[in-house]
Design a protein around this ligand. Structure first.
Ligand code: HEC
Ligand code: HEC
Ligand code: HEC
Ligand code: HEC
Ligand code: HEC
Length: 194
């Protein structure tokens, strides 16, 4: 992680330098069309990151942190349903029919996506957060009261994660009860248990 942080700081400084350079020279129109990435990682690095390795190295830090795509663009039902929704390949392809990666390792991951799409083989993402089958967790009830930006309370700062990992122990009743007590929310066993 330290290496990552250093790399991040390093590219940040470089990016800053580049901005100053671009602003101060007559070549401003040559500024990169895409925003600089917070740090460069290849798919080989993903094995060393926290959280399970995914079939495609999909990066929230790039899509959300850099590109500022709202969570609900992909997790489309989080405010209306218990399940937040996982984007279909068509959602990805809405951009990636056109958008390509910039170096060979990014391109290889985007090629995987295109191949899967062409073969109509949905990507089998590895699930990270899931509660036991006897528990009911309605996302929409939480978003309605805690707000659309409350994701961080339970999922951590996903916008900075190159690979998603679990920050809170959601498989512990105490995590739910503590907040329900603080906010005076229903604590009947049957509210959460089937
Ligand atoms: C709103 C547009 C948009 C959507 C939707 C989108 N992407 Fe991207 N994606 C981008 C952009 C822009 C980049 C950055 C390209 C670059 O700078 O290399 C990118 C980069 C990537 C990369 C390369 C990451 C790297 O290491 O640089 C992969 C892999 C990827 N996307 C997969 C996906 C998958 C899978 C989905 C669907 C779950 C998806 N994308 C949805 C716009 C999008
Ligand atoms: C461009 C599409 C896209 C956007 C935008 C996006 N996500 Fe995701 N998200 C995905 C995909 C694809 C997965 C499954 C692969 C993975 O875990 O990386 C996922 C997985 C997750 C997971 C883990 C799911 C599990 O299995 O437990 C969480 C938590 C999550 N996203 C939260 C967020 C939050 C919070 C935001 C906004 C800050 C956000 N996502 C924005 C596409 C997106
Ligand atoms: C109060 C805590 C809490 C908040 C707030 C919250 N989540 Fe979750 N999230 C959970 C729990 C618990 C699960 C596991 C649910 C289950 O297994 O049914 C989960 C699961 C997920 C998953 C995996 C779903 C799947 O089908 O693979 C995604 C994606 C996700 N959340 C995204 C979000 C996004 C985006 C937000 C904000 C808009 C958000 N969550 C807000 C607690 C929360
Ligand atoms: C950060 C605070 C917080 C956490 C953590 C949290 N909740 Fe909640 N929960 C709320 C709030 C706020 C409501 C909304 C009550 C309302 O609609 O007025 C709520 C409502 C609910 C409801 C609907 C209750 C009813 O009145 O029928 C269920 C079910 C629920 N939560 C389950 C869970 C489970 C399961 C977990 C843990 C995995 C959890 N919650 C974690 C704050 C939280
Ligand atoms: C706010 C939601 C919530 C309420 C209210 C709640 N539980 Fe739970 N309970 C959970 C969650 C989340 C788990 C962990 C499930 C998992 O392993 O993923 C759990 C787990 C359990 C377990 C399994 C053993 C364990 O500790 O993991 C038992 C038994 C249990 N609850 C009983 C109860 C009883 C009895 C009540 C009422 C007094 C109650 N629960 C109220 C959310 C809740």
């Amino acid at each position: 992680m330290r290496k990552l942080a250093l790399l991040a700081a390093g590219t940040g400084l470089l990016a800053l330098g580049a901005v100053v350079l671009f602003e101060g020279s007559s070549t401003a129109q040559q500024a990169p069309a895409q925003p600089p990435r917070p740090w460069v990682l290849s798919v080989e690095d993903s094995a060393g990151l926290k959280g399970p390795k995914q079939p495609i190295f999909f990066r929230h830090d790039i899509h959300v942190g850099v590109n500022k795509t709202p969570c609900q663009y992909c997790h489309y039902s989080v405010a209306e349903a218990s399940e937040p929704g996982i984007p279909s390949m068509a959602t990805c392809m809405g951009c990636h029919l056109i958008v390509s990666g910039r170096d060979s390792s990014d391109k290889a991951e985007i090629k995987k996506l295109r191949d899967a799409y062409n073969a109509k083989q949905p990507v089998e993402w590895v699930r990270i957060h899931s509660v036991a089958r006897h528990v009911h967790f309605p996302h929409m009830r939480h978003i309605k009261v805690l707000g659309a930006n409350a994701c961080q309370t339970c999922h951590g700062d996903v916008a900075r994660m190159p690979q998603v990992f679990k920050v809170q122990n959601i498989n512990n009743m105490g995590f739910c009860i503590t907040c329900h007590v603080q906010r005076g929310v229903n604590r009947d066993c049957t509210a959460c248990h089937y």
